[in-house]
Design a protein around this ligand. Structure first.
Ligand code: SF4
Ligand code: SF4
Length: 408
């Protein structure tokens, strides 16, 4: 069997490997170049080199919806393409099979442990400063919490790489289950597809099923675990080439009479037309949501201002709460730089409002509570609407908060 598999020219696999390794490199680098990282100590999120705070959570949620929608749209059209071409777990499912053969079982497990511990360190770096942790290790310190975290994840990844392997994709992975639910008969699948004239029929050699690392027989309709890796197509190309017939196994879209093999260049336009209506909506929505995310990322607020009559905030500002005219002004620096913020009150008669501080200096993500006392110098009964405004000196960011003071 190994001889037969060794002859397969892995044309599609080589392209796929390039994609998988690029994604893996990005996933490893992402927390260190601030491409994507939750920084738990400061409760902030790095996204494409930009630092976001809790108040910006809507940007992250919008982007998350975009990504989820893009994955679902891709899955609806192309099946578990994400698993086969992007997911690192599936990459390691394949690599560990090769390591088993080349290094023996013990060598393969040892390599899995080393990679898993490194994986645990990368996961830790998604939530904390990984470089600082490395510095601690180099200076001879072994901090307990990160080390225990890395050991725990290392153990889990070792189990996934050395023993559980595709069971993780079949049983544990929520995306795998989602895919089983959302796929439909038109989702791209594998099919022995005979060209007109029924000339190139399947040789029933079984090589396509032998090569499949997910245990799928692509000649059957039971393909929910197929990850669209294309290995079986390469295998079938070998067999079909020896028989001097076009490859009989193909990725196919549509079902029954409407089924079209994607390799048929003569039917390329037909393929595009068939895919277009299904591609239009998901692609439009993905692009629109992605555009919105980018817009909000660029135009996110850089300062947050809240004026609260809430006694808890007033207490936190250190003010007495017996008077209803004491308010707490909360200012948060939502930029990535330290800044000086100027506060002012507009809309009240002169001398009615006193800010405890008119300027506050804040580091990134820091918050200041400033007492605002409203004390009318004359008894003007009614509602007095006024605005508290803040302007940042460096970033130029502005915010205002409108509220009301009632004189009985
Ligand atoms: S059936 Fe073919 S494409 Fe699907 S996972 Fe197996 S080898 Fe890959
Ligand atoms: S490799 Fe091709 S010819 Fe051989 S059994 Fe699979 S589909 Fe048929």
């Amino acid at each position: 069997m190994r001889d037969r598999l060794g002859k397969v020219k892995t044309v599609i696999r080589r392209r796929r490997r390039a994609v998988q390794l690029t994604v893996l490199a990005l996933l490893i680098l992402a927390p260190f170049v601030h491409l994507f990282r939750f920084d738990l100590p400061s409760m902030s999120l790095y996204l494409f080199g930009t630092r976001l705070w809790v108040k910006h959570v809507f940007v992250f949620l919008l982007l998350l919806v975009t990504v989820i929608y893009a994955i679902i749209a891709a899955s609806l059209l192309f099946g578990r393409v994400f698993c086969g071409w992007v997911c690192p777990q599936n990459l390691f499912n394949e690599l560990t099979r090769t390591w088993d053969r080349r290094l023996g079982r013990a060598g393969s497990i040892l390599l899995s442990v080393a990679i898993s511990l490194f994986g645990g360190f990368v996961v830790w770096s998604y939530f904390h400063d990984g470089v600082a942790l490395l510095r601690e290790y180099r200076s001879g310190q072994v901090p307990l919490v990160p080390t225990a975290f890395i050991a725990f994840f290392g153990l889990f990844f070792t189990g996934a790489m050395a023993w559980w392997r595709t069971s993780v994709c079949r049983v544990v992975c929520p995306y795998g289950h989602l895919q089983s639910i959302i796929s439909n008969p038109d989702t791209m699948h594998l099919q022995v597809f005979n060209l007109p004239g029924n000339r190139d029929i399947c040789a029933t050699c079984g090589l396509c099923a032998e090569i499949c690392h997910m245990g799928v027989d692509p000649r059957t309709t039971e393909q929910k675990h197929c990850v669209v890796c294309g290995d079986c197509l390469d295998a079938c190309a070998l067999v079909s080439g020896a028989r001097k017939v076009p490859r009989v196994l193909n990725f196919t879209i549509g079902s029954g009479e409407r089924a079209v093999a994607l390799r048929e260049r003569g039917q390329l336009w037909q393929n595009v037309r068939r895919l277009a209506p299904r591609l239009l909506l998901p692609l439009t929505l993905t692009v629109a949501l992605g555009g919105l995310s980018a817009y909000f990322l660029v135009h996110r607020p850089l300062v947050d201002l809240v004026v609260a009559k809430d006694h808890r905030l007033a207490l936190a500002a250190g003010s007495p709460v017996s008077s209803g005219a004491v308010m707490a002004v909360s200012v948060i620096n939502l930029s990535e730089q330290p800044d000086r913020f100027h506060l002012e009150v507009e809309g009240l008669p002169e001398y009615w409002a006193t800010l405890e501080q008119s300027t506050v200096e804040l580091g990134p993500g820091e918050r200041a509570l400033v007492r605002l006392r409203v004390h009318p110098t004359e008894r003007k009964v009614g509602s007095h609407r006024f605005t508290v405004r803040v302007v940042a000196e460096q970033s130029g960011a502005e915010a205002s908060f409108e509220t009301v003071h009632v004189v009985y």
